[in-house]
Design a protein around this ligand. Structure first.
Ligand code: HEM
Length: 92
């Protein structure tokens, strides 16, 4: 949604999201590859799918920096770089 609040139980929030802020690698992975299956965000279970938005690694870095520094989120100036996105693979 416009202010990153999501729809509880269907679309997880980006605003004040523990999943985003505690495991940014997983957030980048979701934006890079899409997402399917169970995740828990702020104590609520989500079991849905997110389509791969088809962004380039530079765009993924931009989007991640945006969502990590808006709606009450702050990554305290630690910026995600294109190289960090490049290093994240679908399967560990
Ligand atoms: C059950 C989990 C999820 C569902 C169902 C879901 C669903 C979606 C959908 C449908 C879109 C496309 C919206 C559109 O094209 O207008 C989207 C975009 C997006 N999602 Fe998710 N999502 C999920 C999890 C996540 C997570 C965990 C993150 C990161 C922490 C995330 C970050 C984003 C971002 C940044 C976009 C916008 C990409 C862009 O258009 O540039 N999503 N999501």
């Amino acid at each position: 949604m416009g202010t990153g609040e999501g729809v509880t139980g269907t679309f997880p929030p980006l605003a004040k999201s523990d999943y985003l802020m505690k495991t940014p690698e997983n957030a980048i992975k979701a934006i890079k590859y899409g997402l399917m299956g169970k995740i828990k965000v702020n104590g609520v279970d989500y079991d849905n799918m997110m389509p791969n938005p088809g962004l380039g690694n530079d765009e993924i870095a931009d989007v991640t920096n945006y969502i990590m520094n808006n709606w009450g989120n702050s990554s305290e100036k630690k910026m995600v770089t294109e190289k960090m996105v490049d290093d994240i693979k679908e399967k560990k």
